[in-house]
Design a protein around this ligand. Structure first.
Ligand code: 13P
Length: 261
């Protein structure tokens, strides 16, 4: 059965890149995209570089995403950025509930839930992050943790709204550590997530959902991870900061994708 979806690969630049650096990196990826047409490629620069990267991307299919948003549309919320503002600057996607935001900035499943609503109201596609800590994994609590993140984070979504969402499974112990989940470990959780989504939104919607993996994705592990049945792409941190490694990750995912065709 030809079940494999085309690779969805997003580069989360986190708190890196001046405007000048962002333009150089984006230009190299936009150029390379000409030979990577099978993949959906998303660049997620810091807020300050969104406009410059969007201008460079122009009509290219390379998409723009933001790393965070606030759920209100406007108002007295010093330091925050809203969904309409992100839409206005040309974003299609927005990352919500990244583990770094949960860890350092007090975000919870409840704020994730509000942010998803804010994003959807402005027709942005949320990339909703979830994943367990090392302690949770070692205590055998990975699945309950992820299940509660689905239940609380996605609470109240209609099936139509659910279709606009990308799920990113990012085990916290694998982020920035060089300790990638093995393809088997990642697949196990992706399959579990899809199963839970099927229980809530139905088999068809769960089958169509894009579930990407994040946590030390590199050119050397992209192929074997993407070969797994339920892994539809990647949310790449460190290795997305250099054009060569990010492009190689996409190439390797496309290679695995083509083998399934
Ligand atoms: P690394 O690829 O640097 O481990 O980061 C993963 C991540 O958090 C992407 O959002």
């Amino acid at each position: 059965m030809h079940h494999k979806k085309p690779p969805f690969v997003a580069g989360n630049w986190k708190m890196h890149m001046t405007i000048q650096e962002a333009k150089l990196l984006a230009a190299a990826i936009i150029q390379a995209r000409l030979e990577l047409s099978e993949a959906e490629i998303v660049l997620i620069p810091p807020f300050t570089a969104l406009r410059s990267v969007k201008k460079l991307a122009g009509e290219s299919p390379v998409q723009l995403g933001a790393q965070n948003l606030f759920w209100e549309e406007q108002g007295a919320y010093t330091g925050e950025i809203s969904a309409p503002m992100l839409k206005n600057v040309g974003c299609r996607y927005v990352v919500i509930g990244h583990s770094e935001r949960r860890q350092y900035f007090g975000e919870t499943d409840a704020t994730v839930n509000k942010k998803i609503a804010g994003a959807l109201n402005s027709k942005l596609n949320p990339i909703v992050c979830m994943g367990e800590t090392l302690e949770e994994r070692e205590a055998g609590k990975t699945m309950p943790r992820v299940e509660s993140q689905i239940q609380a984070g996605l609470a109240g979504l209609t099936p139509e709204q659910f279709r606009e969402i990308i799920i990113a499974y990012e085990p916290i112990w694998a982020i920035g550590t060089g300790k990638t989940a093995t393809p088997g470990q990642a697949e196990e959780v992706h399959a579990f997530i899809r199963e839970k989504l099927a229980e809530i939104y139905g088999k068809e919607a769960a089958f169509c959902a894009i579930i990407i993996y994040g946590g030390s994705v590199k050119p050397a592990n992209s192929y074997s991870l993407f070969r797994e049945k339920n892994i539809d792409g990647f949310l790449v941190g460190g290795a997305s900061l250099e054009a060569d490694s990010f492009i190689q990750i996409i190439k390797e995912a496309i290679r695995a994708y083509k083998e399934e065709q």
